[in-house]
Design a protein around this ligand. Structure first.
Ligand code: C2E
Ligand code: CA
Ligand code: CA
Ligand code: CA
Length: 275
């Protein structure tokens, strides 16, 4: 047992080392990609359930790297956050996305994810407003998606940041709603415009009574508070049917479309109909 413990430890240290080097490499590659403007905003339709019309798009970061594999945002966004590159990444993608959406019909909105760390950056609101001005996108057509973790670290700073943006007309959505440990607490402290019900509840709602009841309650909560509600991760017709029955107005998910390139999104938007 003793020798086994020793070799386990060696493997563990080797793994750590590989992990650290791999991370460092992604960080270097990310820096280069930002310098060369190689990250792209893709767009997933936000669909009005009743009419099946596209109301807007959520921008999702895509990084097509020639040899690093599996660079999904779930992997590179945390690295960008920890290495201090998230500000640049966000500025670049937001500028791309605002410029794209400004060229689409005037009622199409842009939903854009904001990392918690940026809400503690006192210059962030000014940068967002400058990007809006440059792109020509009216502030009310931008909806920033934030998660609760933004509020946990420095509530006051986050409140101030979001207050400035909201005062300028930008909308705020609470993303992954229902997964945090203090969702309801934050609803009282933050003025938001929309709740996005987390995919995990939608996933199990047709098979699990409790999930279905939670979704129903969240839709009702949104209505009671006068907020818009979007259900994320809708993959089946059955889920869409249940959501419609429960009065959920907007959905997003693979049933309608995954995130597509700017070119494909503009084709979708001019025909206006999700399938
Ligand atoms: P999120 O904000 O919750 O975005 C929704 C994720 O669910 C996206 O994954 C989307 O492709 C995926 N999705 C949409 N519909 C379905 C569905 O029907 N089924 C399933 N299984 N998945 C669906 P993606 O693009 O890989 O992004 C993952 C996360 O990375 C996002 O989660 C967001 O937290 C973060 N992210 C992406 N782009 C950005 C960005 O530009 N800035 C920041 N700060 N974070 C971003
Ligand atoms: Ca989101
Ligand atoms: Ca989400
Ligand atoms: Ca998420």
């Amino acid at each position: 047992a003793k020798s086994r413990g020793y070799s386990d430890l060696c493997f563990f240290e080797e793994d750590m080392d590989v992990h650290v080097r791999e991370r460092h490499r992604v960080e270097q590659e990310l820096l280069a990609a930002l310098d060369e403007g190689r990250l792209q905003a893709f767009y997933q339709p936000l669909v009005e359930l009743k009419s099946r019309q596209i109301r807007g798009f959520e921008a999702l970061a895509r990084w097509n790297h020639p040899f690093l594999e599996d660079l999904s945002p779930d992997r590179f966004i945390p690295i960008a956050e920890e290495s201090g590159l998230i500000g640049r990444l966000t500025d670049q993608l937001l500028e791309q996305a605002c410029t794209d959406v400004a060229g689409w019909p005037g009622d199409v909105v842009l939903a854009f994810n904001v990392s918690p760390t940026l809400l503690h950056d006192s210059e962030f609101p000014t940068r967002v407003l400058a990007i809006l001005a440059r792109s020509g996108l009216p502030s009310w057509r931008l909806e920033l998606e934030i998660t609760e973790s933004a509020m946990v670290k420095d509530l006051k700073a986050a409140q101030e940041c979001l207050g400035l943006l909201r005062a300028a007309g930008v909308k705020i959505a609470l993303d992954d709603f229902g997964t945090g440990y203090s969702s309801l607490y934050h609803l009282r402290n933050f003025k938001v415009d929309r709740l996005k019900i987390d995919r995990s509840f939608i996933e199990s709602m047709s098979t699990d009574k409790d999930s279905a009841a939670i979704v129903r309650a969240l839709v009702g909560l949104g209505a009671g508070l006068g907020l818009e509600v979007t259900a994320e991760g809708v993959e089946t017709g059955e889920q869409a049917r249940l959501l419609e029955e429960q009065g959920c107005a907007q959905v997003q998910g693979f049933l309608f479309s995954e995130a597509v390139s700017s070119h494909e999104a503009s084709q979708l938007v001019f025909s206006r109909w999700a399938k």
